[in-house]
Each structure stands twice: as structure tokens, then as C-alpha cells.
Design a protein around this ligand. Structure first.
Ligand SMILES: [Zn+2]
Length: 374
């Protein structure tokens, strides 16, 4: 059976305390390490439900001694965010005290860790990788948090930083299943995309503001850039549809797909897994058109999720309800050929606010600099 640790979180509210529940399977050092967390954006509850169902599958496999290596599962990654309820509405994306997005500004120790191993590495990639992981662990041990979001990030990063496979479970607002992976992890990660049935995969590196999975990959990326031969971990964000897709059937299916992925990667033994071929769109994040409202009003979609669109297709209208019926509304059009895969569940459009995404195959000229919406 798994062992459960309650990791005490440093308190930023006097007189209160919170704990993080961490499940561990297998044996450290007996094979690859896998780290899976759910709900760092605490209002993306389908992620937590999938982790809950995955736990049942892992419990069974571990009971039968079929875990090779180590799996660390954090089914509720953001206890402080679960407490962000304001006047009846749960807002788990940002730390209420400061407005910081919980998935931005993760502790980046890549330069420090790579500098620490310079001159100590050789031609053995496995040995170099161990040195780099140890340097990252030391660098993270030397950091201290200044607010509750940083405290949570440091706690989670210390659990994840030496993993070989990292899955960060999220959801969008309303969406089809989709993945973010580092460009160097494709097509290797097409097994994950095929098993989970994601029609959209985005290659993200240097998207800006240091999200979790990109920050975790950076030490290995920077070590390689410095000519040090190390293994780069698979660091993937799995976006499990939309926030409203809280459903046992979907969550059971998604948990099974993640379990099968671990079996296919030989972390779980004794499972024969057939991997469906990936047939979606896999392309750089810069090929994703972010749809924005030109003006405020009521957002009315003209295309369903999953629609294949081409430049000029009307995706949505922005209606001024006070205007006479039939008055011209603002139209938001596709500027690329691709798949309309994510959109906002909120229908009050605010000027210039992002409300949807189309993933195409060609990088878009306007998509430079920071690519993440918020
Ligand atoms: Zn999220």
C-alpha cells in the first residue's frame, strides 16, 4: 500500500495551519520517479477528481507489487487556494492576498544548479543527471518563501524536482482535452496524447513567468545548452477539459488513461497497453491564436468546441444588449486554420480580455514575448 505523508505547510495566517496530503508508491531509487499533482489552480476540480480515481488504480497496483520505481501523487496540490471563497464564489487561480497566479513565478534555480556542477561532469549522462538533480535539490533547500503562494510552490517543487516524469493536472474554463509539453519531448510524448485522447498538443518553452512544468524542465535544458549531457524529464501539463466537467465517468476514463501511460512507460508492470495513434494537432504554442473581445458585451459563440476553422470564420459575436435588435455586433474571427479547442465559460466579454483559443499548425507573427494569457 501507499504511504501517506501529511506535509505541514508553513502558516501565513497566525493561529491556523494546513497540511498537504502526499501519497508515495513503490520504492525510491528502484526505477524512474514519477510526480503527479492536481489542482494547483484550486478551482480546476476535474483535475482533483481524476487524481482521486487514479489513486484507486495505483493503490491496487502497489498492493500487487507492480510499481517499478517511485510514484508521488498529490491529489490536492493547493489547500490555500481551496480556501479562496469570496462571497460564495470560489477563486482558486490566484492567491487572494496578492493576486499572484498560483502557476506563475515558480522558483527557478536552473542557472544556480548548472553553475554548481560545472567542471564536475563527464561523458556519463546518468551520472551527470544525478549531479544536476542533487544541485537542484540543494538550491531549492536554500530558498525561502515570502508569501503563501511561494511557500506552496517551494513545497511542491521540492517534491517534484528530481522526478523523471511530471504530470501537472489542470483544466481550462471550457475545453477539449489538451496538453502542454516541452518541444524536445515531442514526439516522445505522443503516447500520453494518444492514450488520453488529446486532439491538441502545444509545445511550450520560455512562455514567460515561469509556470511549474517549464520551470522544472529548465535545469536540464540549460545544462544541455552548456554542453552537459543530461536526461531531460518529461514535464507535461494535462488540461482535463473544462472546470464544469466534474463527472465520474470522465474522471474514471482519464485516470485509466494516465495509469495506462505509466504502464506503457513500464512504471506499472504487468499491464498490456495498446496505444492509440495521436491524430490531433501538435505544434508550437506560438501557433495558438488567443481570441480577444474587441469590446465589452455579451459573448455569444458561433462555433462549438472542437470546430475545425479557417481564417475569416466567425467564432463569436459580442452583443450590446441595449442596441436595437439586428444592430451590427462585434465579430471575432479566426486568423488561422486550426481547432477551436478552448473557450471561456463566462459570457460577459470585457474589452481586450482573452476568451478562447484556436490551435493551428503555423506559428503566428503576433505570438511573441509572453505567450501565457495570465
Ligand atoms: Zn490551471
Amino acid at each position: 500500500m501507499s504511504t501517506c505523508n501529511l506535509v505541514e505547510l508553513e502558516s501565513f495566517s497566525p493561529g491556523t495551519h494546513r497540511c498537504l496530503t502526499v501519497y508515495r508508491y513503490g520504492k525510491a531509487g528502484s526505477g524512474p520517479k514519477v510526480y503527479i499533482q492536481a489542482g494547483i489552480h484550486a478551482d480546476e476540480l476535474p483535475a482533483n477528481l481524476v487524481a482521486h480515481h487514479l489513486k484507486g488504480l495505483l493503490d491496487e497496483a502497489d498492493r500487487d507489487g507492480r510499481v517499478r520505481g517511485e510514484i508521488v501523487l498529490v491529489p490536492t496540490a493547493n489547500p490555500p487556494g481551496l480556501g479562496n471563497v469570496l462571497m460564495g464564489d470560489h477563486m482558486g487561480r490566484y492567491l487572494a492576498a496578492t493576486g499572484q497566479n498560483f502557476n506563475r513565478g515558480w522558483p527557478n534555480v536552473a542557472a544556480e544548479a548548472v553553475a554548481a556542477i560545472a567542471g564536475t561532469t563527464g561523458g556519463d549522462a546518468a551520472a551527470n543527471t544525478r549531479l544536476l538533480k542533487a544541485a537542484v535539490t540543494r538550491a531549492l533547500a536554500g530558498r525561502s518563501p515570502e508569501n503563501e503562494a511561494q511557500m506552496l510552490q517551494l513545497t511542491l517543487m521540492r517534491l517534484a524536482s528530481d522526478a523523471d516524469i511530471v504530470l501537472d493536472l489542470h483544466t481550462d474554463s471550457e475545453a477539449e482535452l489538451h496538453l502542454y509539453v516541452d518541444p524536445d519531448q515531442w514526439p516522445a510524448a505522443s503516447d500520453l496524447a494518444g492514450l488520453i485522447g488529446a486532439p491538441v498538443v502545444m509545445f511550450a518553452r520560455g512562455s514567460g513567468d515561469d509556470p511549474f512544468e517549464e520551470t522544472l524542465a529548465r535545469p536540464a535544458i540549460e545544462a544541455r545548452a552548456a554542453g552537459i549531457d543530461v536526461a531531460q524529464p518529461l514535464t507535461a501539463v494535462v488540461e482535463l477539459r473544462g472546470e464544469g466537467d466534474v463527472d465520474h465517468d470522465l474522471a474514471t476514463q482519464d485516470a485509466r488513461a494516465l495509469f495506462d501511460f505509466l504502464a506503457h512507460r513500464a512504471i506499472i508492470q504487468g499491464e498490456a497497453v495498446a496505444v492509440p495513434a495521436f491524430s490531433g494537432i501538435a505544434a508550437p504554442f506560438s501557433a495558438t491564436q488567443v481570441l480577444r473581445a474587441p469590446t465589452g458585451g455579451i459573448l455569444v459563440y458561433r462555433k462549438p468546441l472542437g470546430a475545425m476553422v479557417k481564417p475569416g470564420d466567425v467564432i463569436a459575436e459580442i452583443i450590446d444588449a441595449a442596441a436595437p435588435p439586428g444592430a451590427l455586433s462585434a465579430l471575432v474571427k479566426a486568423e488561422t486554420e486550426g481547432r477551436f479547442f478552448a473557450r471561456s465559460a463566462h459570457h460577459l466579454a470585457r474589452p481586450h480580455a482573452a476568451f478562447g483559443k484556436i490551435h493551428g499548425r503555423k506559428p503566428l507573427q503576433a505570438r511573441t514575448g509572453k505567450l501565457l494569457a495570465d
